[in-house]
Design a protein. Sequence first.
Lengths: 114, 114
Amino acid sequence: EPEVTQTPSHQVTQMGQEVILRCVPISNHLYFYWYRQILGQKVEFLVSFYNNEISEKSEIFDDQFSVERPDGSNFTLKIRSTKLEDSAMYFCASSGWGGDSPLHFGNGTRLTVT
Amino acid sequence: SQQGEEDPQALSIQEGENATMNCSYKTSINNLQWYRQNSGRGLVHLILIRSNEREKHSGRLRVTLDTSKKSSSLLITASRAADTASYFCATASYYGGATNKLIFGTGTLLAVQP
């Protein structure tokens, strides 16, 4: 069964550094998402992406965050200048057409900012 | 309180017993979905119920939806040790487009004792 893959599984970075989290969504999916989960807390929506542009973003997704689909297969999340509070598990997801299409999640990247 | 609150926060049962988790939400929705998360892993879609449906079954899962009370429940029958995981409800509200942005609840941690 096709799956969403994320790399790396764990990223450690120093405060103020830029990080890029990578995802390969399911190939025939049209919608792409980033969510994050701070340890022990709820899963929070960051951004959705469709037709090569952001379709919706949350208040968490400020100017420090950006997303890109550079080559038709990868989907990346960049954090320009990481803060301690960015430490979390970041999940990529993709879905097909239609509001009733379930999201397929990757196994996440654990980002630790020191 | 936030969209998608679940209770109980934690539930411990014996193998073979049934597990019931409840979810409440605040805004109108198009569908409600349940996901499972094993420790340190991504979320896996379990079942979706549309706003015009009242009950849905899938294997050992039964979901109910009461839009007048803005609540849903997930019943897992004949639980197994392998059902041990966190369970999240997630609501989808979309207008015109097909983006399936989900708002997740706080989750129920289910422990099934062998």
